[in-house]
Design a protein around this ligand. Structure first.
Ligand code: ADP
Ligand code: MG
Length: 668
């Protein structure tokens, strides 16, 4: 079976452990560990634009060593290629010297570096025709080579070839003229030509998208199973409520609210995603939805991913509903059993109108009187089953998801299917752009004068680090050591706090509370502050090792500052030597448009990383690319709908979906 471990392939234990670190545990894992690139050995002559070459030749005379110290060497030889004599230089291959006599046939891989001069990067002692045309290159770790992995894969293919079954239903394979999965896997690992690769990719990309779309379609089916209730929407009362808000809604907020109200009034169950950049004002849209739902006679629930955020939401909801009769209550894990019991009772009796909380909302004891609307803030933080569990607390409940990682509408639709999407694009007026600056290195020195000045005016600041502890091999500055350093430096002047994921909830709350109350001026933290935290007096943020974060994540972090009319500052530090990484981070200096940022990020990292599908148990795309392969994605989207409609015909697909949904449960 493909789920067999690697013992049967007679791979030794230490090697299996190394493979395990690459995520390869079963034969299936090994077979789906695709090469990340290929070395293509085709004859190639240099041109004016492209000096690279792959050419066969014959040594005119014995090669000679130009110099050698320890393992460094340079070898020179004269090679006849196409009846012309080239001077070929190659570094660090002195061990080949004995074999490079006059008349030896060689294949030279390298670059033309001058008139009849070649610098070779590799040299094969065989004619081009006898070399494997395409060599897969696997990403590896120390102790295991790409070649070794290639050999294991070959072993696996030999032993398990006949057991490789198609996932894609035959009709679709025929419709798109796809090779079988067995062929695709053979071709992706051992391609004989670039055509092989194309065939393999077409199968595997479609399969990957199809798997993704199947899970999505299935979930949607769940959500749409029943008809909704046409809620009685009291437009006048809602307009009155909106007009007394402390600010005027932006056009996008108004539009989003209207779309939700229209969903309420219609008979279908609402399944809507409100997406908008950090600070675009999604909360008030949720508030309007909750109010309309309340007026229609239903209870509402708002689920947040952390206790801090849940408390914050409860607080601001109470403010928004201050002059109304709406009763808002909080339910979080850290409350005592007695407090919870009190909430449960009143909730069941209909004495609570809106319940705000964390996962605590989906506990068994929680029973609503008549739940009509469920809102999940930062939706990607919740698993599919959790959302479902909350929805199941009522009948024909409307669902509103809120996300701060905006993506283009067409992409949202192809990723989330026929979920409706409302987009808040414009920021509330008066908001200043967060001034963002990149600093090379991983010291705060260049920022210190500015930071001191800023603190002297009474402001607070965040210092974000990627890691908690100094971990071996990684040079990332860790939160605890930075905390210590800051404490020493600002001793007697400012209080410094530390916040990280390994602290328990109580400890985190205490630190956060102290920061709210300005008992702490400098908060050193890992990304736990990423989600939704709102401290109006904190308008400066320093981020260490910024290159280690995704762009959308940096943008979210940055969204913590400059949330009022005050100027916000964000300083990004990185000592990366990789120009591409630096360019990526520097992109934030130029734009504050969440759409542009998530687009850029999506292209680089794919939606799995950006939208956090890892957490929601959805597949991440390893081989397909949502931008380049958009057509395949759309086709898979359509086909998945058809397949779900007759799932009983495809038992292996049903099993796959079940398994994915289970996984999404465990991920939390
Ligand atoms: P997010 O979309 O990140 O959840 P919030 O809903 O927390 O953003 O809103 C960010 C801040 O902007 C809040 O302080 C909120 O009161 C304020 N805000 C929201 N809408 C408007 C508006 N139309 N005009 C002015 N301020 C607004
Ligand atoms: Mg929010």
């Amino acid at each position: 079976m493909l789920s067999d471990g690697l013992v049967k392939l007679r791979i030794t234990k230490p090697r299996r452990e190394l493979l395990g670190q690459l995520g390869i545990v079963t034969v299936e894992d090994l077979l789906t560990y695709y090469p990340y690139r290929y070395e293509i050995m085709e004859a190639h002559r240099p041109t004016a634009e492209d000096p690279s070459l792959v050419m066969e030749g014959v040594l005119l005379e014995k090669a000679r060593l130009a110099y050698r110290r320890q393992n460094q060497s340079k070898m020179l030889m004269r090679v006849v290629i196409d009846q012309q004599i080239y001077q070929v230089a190659i570094f660090n291959r002195h061990f080949l010297l004995a074999k490079l006599g006059a008349g030896q046939v060689v294949t030279v891989i390298g670059k033309l570096s001058g008139d009849h001069q070649i610098v070779a990067s590799d040299l094969k002692l065989q004619p081009l025709a006898s070399l494997p045309a395409i060599t897969p290159v696997y990403s590896v770790k120390e102790g295991i080579t790409s070649k070794a992995i290639a050999n294991y894969v070959k072993k696996a293919l030999e032993a398990y070839r006949t057991e490789i079954q198609d996932f894609i239903p035959l009709v679709y394979e025929e419709k798109y003229r796809l090779v079988s999965r067995q062929e695709a896997l053979e071709m992706i690992h051992c391609p004989k030509s670039t055509t092989d690769l194309k065939h393999a990719l077409r199968h595997l990309k479609y399969e990957e998208f199809l798997k993704f779309q199947l899970v999505m379609s299935y979930m949607r089916l769940f959500d749409r199973a029943e008809n909704g209730l046409a809620k009685n929407v009291d437009q006048q009362a809602i307009q009155a409520f909106i007009s007394q808000l402390p600010f005027a809604l932006t056009a996008d907020q108004q539009q989003a609210a209207q779309e939700i109200l229209a969903d309420f009034a219609s008979e279908k169950v609402m399944h809507r995603l409100v997406q908008g950049d950090v600070g675009s004002g999604k909360t008030v849209v949720a508030v309007i939805a909750l109010y309309a739902n309340y007026l229609a006679g239903y209870q509402g629930a708002l689920m947040a991913p952390t206790e801090i955020l849940a408390k914050q939401h409860a607080k601001s909801l109470r403010q928004f509903f201050d002059h109304t009769d709406v009763r808002v209550e909080l339910l979080i894990g850290s409350m005592s059993a007695k407090e919870k019991e009190h909430v449960y009772t009143r909730l069941m009796n209909g004495q609570i109108d809106i319940l705000v909380g964390t996962h605590a909302l989906i506990q068994d004891g929680v029973r609503f009187y008549n739940l009509g609307l469920v809102i999940a803030d930062e939706q990607h933080r919740f698993g599919v089953k959790q959302r479902q569990a909350l929805k199941d607390k009522g009948k024909r409940v409307d669902i509103l998801l809120m996300s701060a990682t905006p993506i283009p509408r067409t992409l949202a639709i192809s990723l989330f299917g026929d979920m409706d999407v409302s987009t808040i694009r414009t920021m509330p007026g008066g908001r200043k752009k967060v001034e963002t600056r990149f600093y090379e290195g991983h010291s705060m020195k260049p920022i210190l004068p500015f930071l001191k000045q800023y603190l002297a005016t009474g402001g607070q600041c965040y210092v974000i680090c990627p890691l908690v502890d100094e971990s071996e091999g990684l040079e990332a500055r860790d939160a605890s050591s930075i905390y210590e350093a800051m404490k020493r430096y600002f001793k007697g002047h400012y209080e410094v706090g530390l916040l990280h994921g390994r602290m328990n909830d109580e400890q985190k709350e205490a630190v956060m509370q102290a920061f709210y109350e300005n008992q702490i001026q400098i908060l050193v933290s890992t990304t736990v502050v990423e989600v939704g935290v709102d401290v109006a007096n904190a308008n400066l943020m320093v981020i260490y090792n910024a290159d280690r974060f995704g762009l959308s994540q940096l943008h979210q972090l940055r969204g913590r500052v400059g949330r009022s009319s005050k100027q916000g500052y964000c300083f990004l530090l990185s000592d990366s030597k990789n120009q591409a990484s630096i360019d990526r981070v520097k992109f934030l200096e130029t734009t504050s448009d969440g759409f542009a940022i998530s687009n850029y990020d999506l292209k680089l990292r794919g939606p799995g990383e950006v939208l956090g599908q890892k957490q929601s148990g959805l597949p991440t795309f390893t081989i397909a690319n949502i931008f380049e392969d958009h057509d395949i994605l759309m086709r898979a989207h359509e086909d998945a709908g058809d397949i779900i409609g007759q799932l009983e015909r495809y038992p292996w697909i049903a099993a796959y979906i079940r398994q994915q949904l289970e996984k999404s449960d465990e991920a939390i």
